[in-house]
Design a protein around this ligand. Structure first.
Ligand code: SF4
Length: 450
């Protein structure tokens, strides 16, 4: 049985996750780990931009010495930001890297198809982490749960939370408590529900582990920021969550200001620019006076995301003003920004769809093509497909599993080739990148005409 009341996880010498006064912000490199110079350069930039934890993918054993060199070089330069090794399937790689970095992120259910064997491998990793003072993140994304748990509970928020509880119990049996959990989904409703169930289950068990929050594959630009804020703020506003990553299909440094905004707001260091709000017939009428466009957008997503997700309101209408880059005051309603914001926030909360729903991973060291460019092209060419869910994923190893409820998937294979998926089934493989969007559109057109 779980024993302790609350847990604080120590990552490296100085960082605590679970400190009620501090929400830790983190991001992930999108360089190839074996390109040591590029990864080092990105780590330096991210540490200087405020990342408190930096995650680096370790696809296989050959990458273990690379992350070791990156770690040692950063420490020699006086950069103490803890590193998290991102492992997807290989327990051997997780065990090998656990003595090198400060934290390891794994999904133990993927260690082996046989559940008992997966448990044995996880127990081995736990013993190595315990010996070296290494923290673990159990990261169970929607769509990448093991067969064992989905057979019991389906691919549901409850399954995500139940799986987490089982792995936490195994940590407890081994008297290991340096564990953080994440239950991410690109669907804000699923993500919020999964974390809430897990929080309740942990409270009932008498032991609350810190939670890492994130809306995975949120996309980019305004939509990615709004979707992340809607999902993450719904939980932080209820006191759930201790560390956050805002996943954007952009330069990882671009994630940090959004994460810092959320950490400041829910750490009590900043306030919303909302000046008044009334509700009539389940529609909120919100007036803002914001210092800039981005603050308005993030404030509005945080102020109304949870109420929309929880169906306390059905709509929100914006008025007031924000200050543009040229110093002029912009009327939110007259400029049209208010209705755009309304559409974006309602779509992020999955209450009304005014354009396609895009799922795009942020990319990492496993990405073998220009993901950001491909995503922009797919968005431009499919913008008319209102309500359709289209995924653009960085790698063929994890992308198909992680795009969960997408109608169509565009998945980079590497070597200039792309696979097209319909739901979770590959329809076309090895398509040259130059033709892939045309082929995707042909398939969608053919289906629409049927
Ligand atoms: S799906 Fe994207 S973020 Fe996930 S492992 Fe593949 S490239 Fe990296």
């Amino acid at each position: 049985m779980l024993k302790q009341k609350t847990i604080q996880v120590k990552v490296g010498n100085d960082l605590l996750i679970g400190d009620p006064s501090h929400i830790v912000i983190q991001t992930m490199c999108n360089t190839h780990t074996n390109d040591i110079d590029a990864t080092l350069a990105q780590c330096r930039q991210l540490a200087a931009s405020g990342a408190e934890l930096i995650r680096i993918t370790v696809p296989g054993m050959k990458d273990v010495p690379c992350i070791g060199e990156i770690h040692d070089t950063l420490r020699a330069e006086g950069i103490a930001t803890p590193l998290v090794a991102d492992i997807h399937f290989s327990s051997e790689t997780a065990i090998a890297v656990a003595s090198i970095v400060e934290k390891v992120r794994i999904n133990p259910g993927n260690f082996h198809p046989d559940h008992e064997e997966a448990k044995a491998r996880f127990a081995k990793l736990v013993s190595v982490c315990k010996a070296h003072g290494t923290a673990i993140r159990i990261g169970l994304n929607h769509g990448s749960l093991g067969k064992y748990i989905t057979e019991l509970y389906g691919n549901t928020p409850l399954a995500m939370a139940k799986a987490a509880m089982e792995w936490l119990a195994l940590c407890d049996e081994n008297d290991f408590h340096n564990v953080v959990v994440s239950l991410k989904s690109s669907n804000t409703v699923v993500m919020v529900e999964a974390y809430r169930i897990l929080q309740k289950l942990m409270q009932e068990a008498g032991c609350v582990y810190p939670l890492h929050l994130g809306v995975t594959e949120a996309g980019n630009g305004d939509s990615g920021r709004i979707k992340s804020c809607v999902g993450i703020s719904a939980l932080l506003s209820q006191g759930i969550g201790n560390t956050i990553r805002v996943s954007l299909t952009e330069d990882p440094a671009a994630e940090l200001p959004v994460a810092a905004f959320l950490a400041d707001r829910y750490g009590g260091k900043s306030k919303s620019s909302l000046i008044s709000c009334t509700t009539k017939d389940r529609v909120a009428y919100a007036e803002y006076s914001s210092p800039d466009r981005t603050t308005l957008m993030l404030d509005a997503a945080c102020d109304f995301g949870r109420a929309l997700l929880d169906r306390e309101i059905d709509d929100v209408v914006f008025s007031g003003n924000y200050i543009a880059d040229n110093g002029e005051s912009v009327d939110i309603a007259e400029s049209g920004f208010g209705s755009y914001l309304q559409d974006e926030i309602l779509q992020a909360a999955r209450r009304r769809f005014y354009k396609p729903e895009y799922i795009a991973c942020p990319g990492c060291g496993r990405t073998m093509y220009n993901l950001q460019e491909a995503f922009e092209t797919v968005k431009r060419r499919t913008s008319h497909l209102k309500g359709m869910v289209i995924a653009v994923m960085g790698c063929i190893v994890n992308g198909p599993g992680e795009m969960a409820d997408a109608d169509w998937g565009y998945v980079g294979e590497g070597n200039g080739k792309v696979s097209i998926y319909k739901k979770n089934v590959p329809i076309l493989r090895h398509i040259p990148e130059s033709e892939a969007v045309d082929r995707l559109l042909e398939l969608i057109d053919a289906e629409v005409r049927q």
